[in-house]
Design a protein around this ligand. Structure first.
Ligand code: NAD
Length: 491
């Protein structure tokens, strides 16, 4: 364990109890991304502790799923209230660990609150949980349909929106009547530990939500555990494949929210100032560490020069700085390793022929943290790694097009399919793009708005299944049917 740290997170929280690591050396340091300093230490769970966490969730399952949905909804509402009451603390923890600008950290808290509130509302709608009858073309029988909790859910999340991706899983899992074992990312777990405390304080019974700390090995142990019925995983496509293989052994139910390589299309009729705002937000929010980053910006020839000039001015004006600096617009990357990964990919792209058109600048206060200035590449080859691979950092590419068909073909020329954005003032064109773009969610002239009512998830390598919305609830339920004879002799 490292000295001079201000906190130590336990290896696990199982049935409401803090569980320390069997080997106190097994763990990792938590950094402040804006200063590079070590601010804490997190212990890692061992195989026995992962097993104990899953068994605790299994033991708590029947009592929790047999509660009326309305009762579960009240607990979810209480979680939302406690998140709101702890907003300042949760926001500042995110700023400290990830270096998110205050507005972004605060938006994450708002998103988590809205998610718990939404699933609290769904719990109040008895029709989503009650059995209903089906009209069948045979009057000697009746059909019945109902949904029931899948069981124990393993929830594995990344570091880029830690509280948000976790809320998107815990809220529907609890609403459905599942119990859970959460594995946060090893880089950003403090906020999830606080969230777990809030979940307990809200009245979620012991054992219903458990937490295990660790890296990929701990995630793998959890994904392979035979008492886990469902895995909801958010992370890279590469790890998603491993999780899918682990799920195959026991036919575990699976939701995968994976990577992306999304496009922003700027048509000739777009409001250019607005399109530039969409480009900056889509590529550089959270320092580009977004599965939904629109890092391929496709601009009509007629407005290309005008767009690129305005985009350059906006990127050069972006204040890249630690969260405490006034009007900060972009923070650091999450870790030194992530910055090295992004820079290596950038160098690979340049070696492959990509040229930097312009970049932003770093404030003086960025010297010690994991900062990287935003970079824009103009007209890369479509085979260039910066055009094809998810960079997960502040690197965007701009490319021109002449016809809508060409723009659609460029946007769809990827095996991912998470989101897309279109800037246009032409309603017919907008309608056409909405249908033609292969993406789970298309924004037309809006920034990347997210509502818990709207499902999230992608096509192709971006994953399987949907989170949020009613589909998000259903993903933690099994659909079951019965066909019952109306025969009076059975009465
Ligand atoms: P990652 O895949 O490296 O890790 C994600 C989580 O999986 C972490 O908790 C990690 O410890 C765990 N893990 C690692 N190996 C594992 C294994 N073998 N079995 C089980 N768990 C394992 O991803 P990351 O670097 O933390 O996050 C970045 C990635 O997440 C990007 O590719 C991004 O696109 C994706 N992401 C997707 C969405 C979405 O909604 N589609 C949202 C956020 C992030």
């Amino acid at each position: 364990m490292t000295n001079h740290t201000s906190f130590v997170l336990p290896a696990a929280t199982i049935a409401g109890m803090r569980v320390d690591a069997s080997n106190r050396e097994a763990g990792n340091a938590i950094h402040n991304a804006s200063t590079g300093e070590i601010i804490g230490w997190q212990e890692h769970a061992d195989a026995a502790q992962v097993d104990a966490a899953v068994r605790a969730a299994h033991g708590a399952l029947d009592a929790w799923r047999n509660q009326p949905p309305v009762a579960r909804g009240k607990v979810l509402r209480r979680i939302a209230e406690l998140l709101a009451a702890n907003r300042a603390q949760l926001s500042s923890m995110q700023q400290q660990v990830s270096g998110k600008p205050p507005l972004e950290a605060d938006t994450d808290v708002s998103d988590a609150i809205a998610t718990f509130d939404y699933y609290a509302d769904l719990c109040a709608d008895a029709s989503l949980f009650a059995a209903d009858t089906l009209a069948l073309p045979d009057d000697t029988v009746t059909g019945e349909r109902h949904y029931e909790a899948v069981g124990v859910a393993a929830l594995i999340v990344p570091w880029n929106f830690p509280m948000v991706t976790t809320a998107w899983k815990i809220a529907p899992a609890l609403a459905a009547g599942c119990t859970a074992v959460l594995k946060p990312s090893e880089f950003t777990s403090p906020v999830e530990h606080r969230l777990a405390e809030i979940v307990t304080a809200a009245g979620v019974p012991d054992g219903v939500v458990n937490l295990v700390n660790g890296g990929g090995e701990v995630g793998a142990l959890l994904a392979a555990h035979p008492l886990v019925d469902k895995i909801s995983f958010t992370g890279s496509t590469a790890v998603g494949r491993k999780v899918m293989q682990a799920a195959a052994q026991d036919m575990k139910r699976l939701t995968l929210e994976l990577g992306g390589k999304s496009a922003l299309i700027v048509r000739a009729d777009a409001d250019i100032e607005h399109a530039v705002a969409l480009a900056v937000g889509g590529a550089f929010t959270n320092a580009g560490q977004m599965c939904s980053a629109t890092s391929r910006i496709i601009v009509h020839d007629d407005v290309y020069r005008k767009f690129v000039a305005a985009f350059e001015a906006a990127v050069r004006a972006l204040v890249v700085a630690p969260p405490h600096i006034g009007n900060v617009a972009m923070g650091p990357l999450v870790s030194r390793a992530q910055r090295e990964r992004v820079q290596a990919l950038l160098e690979q792209g340049i070696a492959g022929g990509a040229a930097i058109a312009f970049s932003g600048a770093l404030e003086n206060a960025c010297a010690e943290g994991f900062f990287m200035a935003p970079v824009v590449i103009a007209e890369p080859d479509t085979a260039n790694v910066l055009w094809t691979e998810e960079v997960f950092g502040p690197v965007a590419c701009v490319k021109s097009f002449r016809t809508d068909d060409e723009a659609i073909a460029l946007a769809n020329d990827t095996r991912y399919g998470l989101v897309a954005t279109v800037a246009t003032r032409d309603e017919d064109a907008a309608r056409r793009y909405r249908r033609a773009l292969r993406a789970g969610l298309v924004w037309i002239n809006t920034p990347q708005l997210i509502f818990p009512q709207v499902c999230w998830g992608g096509l192709g390598l971006s994953g399987i299944g949907r989170e949020l919305g009613v589909a998000g609830l259903r993903s933690y339920q099994e659909l079951r049917h019965a066909i019952v004879s109306r025969g009076s002799d059975l009465a």
